[in-house]
Design a protein around this ligand. Sequence first.
Ligand code: 6R9
Length: 661
Amino acid sequence: MSETLENLYSETRTFPPPAELAANANVTAEAYREAEEDRLGFWAQQALRLSWAKPWEQVLDWSNAPFAKWFVGGELNIAYNCVDRHVEAGHGDKVAIHWEGEPGDTRAITYADLLTSVSQAANTLTELGVTAGDRVAIYLPMIPEAAVAMLACARIGALHSVVFGGFSVDALATRIQDADAKLVITADGGYRRGKPSALKPTVDEAVAQCPSIEHVLVVRRTGEDIAWGEKDLWWHETVEQASDKHEARAFDSEHPLFILYTSGTTGKPKGILHTTGGFLTQVSYTHHAVFDLKPESDVYWCTADIGWVTGHSYIVYGPLSNGATQVMYEGTPDTPHRGRFWEIVDKYKVSILYTAPTLIRTMMKWGDDIPAKYDLSSLRILGSVGEPINPEAWMWYREHVGHDNAPIVDTWWQTETGAMMISPLPGVTASKPGSAMTPLPGVSADVVNDEAESVPDGGGGFLVLREPWPSMLRGIWGDEQRFKDTYWSRFGKGAGAGDEWVYFAGDGAKRDEDGALWLLGRVDDVMLVSGHNISTTEVESALVSHPSVAEAAVVGATDPTTGQAIVAFTIPRGNVDTSGDAGEQLIQDLRNHVAKKLGPIAKPRQIMLVAELPKTRSGKIMRRLLKDVAENRSLGDVTTLQDSAVMDLISSGMQAGKSED
Ligand code: 6R9
């Protein structure tokens, strides 16, 4: 990418917060002013929302940059903050988790229940020889034991490394080996798409390659037959029989909390390391501020999987530290029917919903009539995370889910940032559809050119973070050099330019005429067409703005005339006729539609109509694989792909219909 990224799309709609919400918001515009005047003082104030066993002496130690220390000298226990203190405050009977299994079985878990289970699990882990600093791999479905296991590790100072249930033997084994984990916590299986889906056989195969594993702790979920080895222990025969008395001892603010592997687009997965005090401070504050959480009345639901950072920060640590009541759902959105999500919102009167653009676009594809069948009036705030949300998907979310008045918070952040960084505040910000708007109080994000200079309003470039933040990653497990190279060597001091350390997020972005930020996707995906740097996001959003399109993925394929040419893979909405001539006509209409919205430079060379797109388990489109298809190469690494059959379908379609002009 050369100096800047083209800014092709312009958006004029804005939606101010509803007056009543603004009047009662947890956080007002004052927070931006306070943080602006005294950033460290602001974060120290937020840290006081937690319960510390020993106060800190220094808010930030940045002398060993890019390795940060936050709340230096302070001590706290994370599980105590997420569980015990709510029980001590008299909220033991309050529901922490309304769990909904895919087959329709349910459990209501109070904070007192959670304290019992976490204490029992902490005692069991200790009996199994797990001590502070040890690593524990967690490979579980979306069942309450996943949260219990994470909190039990945190309680005794062991690091958890959660691996998506559904990752392959190899993916699990390499993560166990890299972290040198002692224990795996898993289940016989979970329910997905209406049937039991086994997990234990994958663990058995992985553990056979991992001599570091001493024990495998197995939750019984499906009751299916499984093989049983000498390292295996049932959860119900150990944890559920253990003493429920466990004293939570305090750990240093910089004590490691967890490792979470992120694959990025290429290469060996990186074990992103997070620590205790700063992480909890920022997840807790952002959950309170961005969702305006009122713990006494709100019902919160984050649809993420626990194996994604969103599940760590915004199912476990953020909501529980704030004493929230939340919904946790085991299964898929279309089991047993496509209204399942809305049925759950209606049933539990969910008031805050946090989901991903991929789900919103899927719901768009399935049709407006489905959410219309349910009472969604309890919803008062809607969140989005994981990818840029196309303006049209944003509008659909607002109209069909948020009854035209619930504010949408589009939250930009990463596994590496640990917590939200750029997002509207629901009681303050007048939001634009598709924009994450502005950095949160205490966060300094910028859009820069190659020389790390801020681009003017209306310009595009690289998204960077100029100041350290409490929940920032503390490194890559076992690889200091890779940490510096990946995030700190592109701009600023680490690049030999100036005195300031500048974090490069790997994303492209633009700042519009009003100073609002628009995320434009990974810079690796930027297309270079006849000398113009065009973001995949803008072309995808232009396609999704056509009434016949639900979802689109765009890649730059090598082209003899233009360097790269735009190739689009497009999912039509449910009711659209794509057979024969109608399909050909639609493709021409779409090409013209993009040219009209963004200018002729962005007109796709080729458009494929497809039924599905390749996605990761967290719902991100894997453009790299589509590029392989568009350039007629054999497919690269597919280990993080959610459904491998999708690629066969797309490749065969690509061979059949090469429509260009
Ligand atoms: C939380 C999470 C991080 C990458 C990030 C960016 C993309 C996440 C986004 C977004 C635009 C948003 N991303 N949220 N892009 N708007 N609101 O997703 O973490 O899985 O590590 O992914 O996801 O590209 O760099 P992670």
